[in-house]
Every structure is written in structure tokens, then in C-alpha cells.
Write a protein that binds this ligand. Structure first.
Ligand code: XLS
Ligand code: NI
Ligand code: NI
Length: 441
């Protein structure tokens, strides 16, 4: 099964089949049927499911109260390149057994960072050569690459927004290397998640300089990548807090402002993460809609938060209604521009069987598949769209239409109101819409 490497890491688990919802096989998809056509294209094309290297291969379950709990058989070697190759073998075995076609990584998910930039670059290059062969042998593709400019202590005050230029320059070097790796592996997109781009206290912060520096930095990265022939999208991934108290890319609207303020709108879109949306006290579907309205709905990081404490717990998606509402936005806005659905999610600390990683991804894929089927049924079979059109019908003819067309003045509104009297009360009918969605869940 494993391509190149000859060890099998996930023993006893074969390719995950689609068996339909009557199946009792926990290692089968119940709803995700890759080739099934929904709204004009196969499910797998709607989603482009990706495995996140960091959670799946690197995260052993450490938390602030204790160390990792998971024993990964690919973590045996203490020699960095040998360990990295084992990790890559396990990654590709997992992706192909899941029947997924994509993966995403941070530079130092691939291989441990070395003591010098030059040595780190060498290690990454070695792994890029290795991954290239694995991609060719398996057909698996890189959805996006990114750089981890937040874990190393040097970034404790930020990367591109760091108050020290030397750190900004180091981040620049790291991102150049990560861009080179992404481009060489045919990466379809490149992600910037702000990491520690933000601040803890305004007392010691020159906020405008920090934000302008981010703008300059993103432009440099974009210009460099375009110069190297990169044709894909750049994504900003909004997140409101954690690790910093105030993150500069708080939510979709804030990030769109950053993109426009620094003239990046032709190259940048957004990567919307479910748990980051809820951490910002928005719904996931709200964030998708804000991105879509700006023509910037690029990609999704799939997970879910904790409904009781709201934290960024990165659990696997399993809330069908939440995802169905999100898929309504997706279908109505013609899908993702360039990106896919990356499972930026981790199994719980006490889920210690290797099998659990499969169960988690199966559940996540099935949740998205069910959500898509529900949303498609609502659009195809129900009166949903008619109801929504009716709600806004006053803008589709007469004075309302003229208003939309920009033909009215404030005086016209005044005269309209004077001659039409008090507006009739019209119910918003939220419960009707909710019941309608529920009917297809
Ligand atoms: C962290 C982010 C991160 C990005 C990639 O909260 O979700 O994993 O997706 O840097
Ligand atoms: Ni996250
Ligand atoms: Ni993410």
C-alpha cells in the first residue's frame, strides 16, 4: 500500500470504501461517495478533501496539563531526515487509504527545524525531493503549503509584525523557502495564517507600523512567488485570538480590509476555518458568506469548536446542520475558488488508537457529504429560494428596483414614504426556514 517506503503503519486498515448509510462498518463512508454527482459535479470535486500534516502526523496530544499520549510508529528515528521520511510514508499511506487526493503542510511539519537557516533549507529540499516522488507515485497533490512562523521562540512577538526587523527578515527567509517548496511540489495555493501577528498590550505596541509592515511583507511574498511562476491563490486564514490577545486578522471582514488596504485583492482570498469563525463569535456560514460577497471564498479549514466553552478545540466536524447551512452558502456562491476542504482537526487526547485517525476523518467527510446533500435538496426540492426571493421582492420592481439601480435620491425616498404611509408588518419567518432545512437533514 505505502508508496516508496516499505513499512505499513496503519496495519489492518485497507482503502476506505463507500458503503452507504445502512452499513455498520465503522471503517466505511456512509455518505461520502466521491464520484456521486451533486449539483453538477462529483462530491470529491466540491470538497477536494485534504489531510493536515500537523495534526495527523505531528500532534501527539500534548496540552498545557500534560505531554503527548499518542505513540506514532513513524516517530521512532532520532535522525531528522530518516524520521521525516517515515512521517511522509505514513502520511501518504493514510491519504491514499482514505481515498483523499490532497494534503497541506507547514514547512517544519515536514522535517524538524535545524539550528541554522541554511541547514533547515537543506532538510526541506531533501523532503521536497522525496515528497515529489511520492506525489508522482500516488497522484496525491498539494492543496497548500505554509510556513510555521509562530512556534519558534524567536516569533514570540510576531513574525511580519515583529517590532524587531531582524525577526521580520528571518520570517521573510522562512517564507521564501516555504514558497519555493510549495511551488516545486505544484502546490495549488499558499496560506498565511497570522500565528502571532497581533499584540498582547497596546502599551508596548505601534499598531499602525506593525500592520503596515504586514502589508509590505505580504506584497513581497506575492511578488516573489509570482516571479517564480506561481499561478495559485494566496489565502489569509482569519482567527480572532489565541495565541495573541488581539490578532490582526480577526475575522473575514477584517482580513478583507487588510487585503484591500494593501492592494492584494487580485491575488489573495480567504481560508475560512469553522472553529476560528465561532471563536470570533460568528457562525461558520457567516464567515463563508462574507468571503463570498467579496469574491474571496477560497478554501476551508474543517473542524468544530466546543459549544460550551467556545475554545479553538479543533475537533472533527460532526454537526450536520451547521455544515448544511455552510454548504448552502457554498452552492449558492459557486464553490471554493482554488481551495478545498482541509481537515484542520485533531483526535482527542485520549483517542490513542491509530484507527481513531481514520474514524475521525471518515466522520468529517461524511458530515460534509451529508451537509452538501441536504443543501442541494433544499435548493432543488423545497420552496426555499422562492421564499427568499419573495422576502426581497420589493427590490425587484417599481421604486425598489429603481433604488437598487441607483436612480433614486434621498428626496425620492422621502416622497415615497410620504405617499405610501406606514410600511405593512412582514414576518421574517425564521422558524419556517429552520423547519425547511430540518426537513432535509
Ligand atoms: C491555527 C491554524 C493553523 C493554520 C495553518 O489555529 O488553524 O493550523 O491553518 O497555519
Ligand atoms: Ni485553527
Ligand atoms: Ni487552520
Amino acid at each position: 500500500m505505502a508508496v516508496l517506503g516499505n513499512k505499513e503503519y496503519f496495519k489492518g486498515i485497507g482503502e476506505i470504501p463507500y458503503e452507504g448509510k445502512e452499513s455498520d462498518n465503522p471503517l466505511a463512508f456512509k455518505h461520502y461517495n466521491p464520484e456521486q454527482v451533486v449539483a453538477g459535479k462529483p462530491m470529491k470535486e466540491h470538497f477536494k478533501f485534504a489531510m493536515a500534516y500537523w495534526h495527523t502526523l505531528c500532534g501527539t496530544g500534548g496540552d498545557p496539563f500534560g505531554p503527548g499520549t499518542k505513540q506514532f510508529p513513524w516517530n521512532a528515528s532520532s535522525e531528522p531526515i530518516a524520521a521525516a521520511k517515515e512521517k511522509a510514508d505514513a502520511a501518504f499511506e493514510f491519504i491514499t487509504k482514505m481515498g483523499f487526493e490532497y494534503y497541506c503542510f507547514h514547512d517544519f511539519d515536514l522535517v524538524d527545524e535545524a539550528d541554522s537557516l541554511a541547514e533547515s533549507e537543506k532538510r526541506i529540499q531533501t523532503m521536497v525531493d522525496y515528497l515529489k516522488q511520492k506525489q508522482e507515485a500516488s497522484g496525491v497533490k498539494l492543496l497548500w503549503g505554509t510556513a510555521n512562523c509562530f512556534s519558534n521562540p524567536r516569533y514570540m512577538n510576531g513574525a511580519a509584525s515583529n517590532p524587531d526587523f531582524n525577526v521580520v527578515a528571518h520570517a521573510g527567509a522562512q517564507i521564501k523557502i516555504a514558497l519555493d517548496a510549495t511551488i516545486e511540489l505544484g502546490g495549488q495555493n499558499y496560506v498565511f495564517w497570522g500565528g502571532r501577528e497581533g499584540y498582547m498590550s497596546l502599551l508596548n505596541t505601534q499598531m499602525k507600523l506593525e500592520q503596515d509592515n504586514i502589508g509590505r511583507f505580504l506584497n513581497m511574498a506575492k511578488d516573489y512567488a509570482r516571479g517564480q511562476g506561481f499561478k495559485g491563490n494566496f489565502f489569509i486564514e482569519p482567527k480572532p485570538m489565541e495565541p495573541m490577545k488581539h490578532q490582526y486578522d480577526f475575522d473575514a471582514a477584517t482580513s478583507i480590509n487588510t487585503i484591500r488596504e494593501y492592494g492584494l485583492q487580485d491575488d489573495f482570498k480567504l481560508n475560512i476555518e469553522v472553529n476560528h469563525a465561532t471563536l470570533a463569535q460568528h457562525t461558520f456560514q457567516h464567515e463563508l458568506q462574507v468571503a463570498a460577497n467579496a469574491g474571496m471564498l477560497g478554501s476551508i479549514d474543517a473542524n468544530r469548536g466546543d459549544y460550551q466553552n467556545g475554545w479553538d478545540t479543533d475537533q472533527f466536524p460532526n454537526n450536520v446542520t451547521e455544515i448544511a447551512e455552510a454548504m448552502l452558502v457554498l452552492l449558492k456562491s459557486d464553490g471554493l475558488e482554488g481551495g478545498g476542504v482541509n481537515f484542520d482537526a485533531k483526535t482527542r487526547r485520549n483517542s490513542t488508537d491509530l484507527e481513531d485517525i481514520f474514524l475521525a476523518h471518515i466522520g468529517g467527510a461524511d458530515t460534509f457529504a451529508r451537509g452538501l446533500l441536504v443543501a442541494d435538496a433544499v435548493l432543488q426540492k423545497s420552496s426555499y429560494e422562492d421564499l427568499l426571493d419573495k422576502r426581497y421582492a420589493s427590490f425587484a420592481s417599481g421604486a425598489g428596483q429603481n433604488f437598487v439601480d441607483g436612480k433614486l435620491t434621498l428626496l425620492d425616498l422621502y416622497q415615497h414614504a410620504q405617499s405610501n404611509g406606514e410600511a405593512k408588518q412582514i414576518s421574517g419567518k425564521q422558524e419556517l426556514y429552520e423547519n425547511l432545512l430540518n426537513q432535509y437533514v
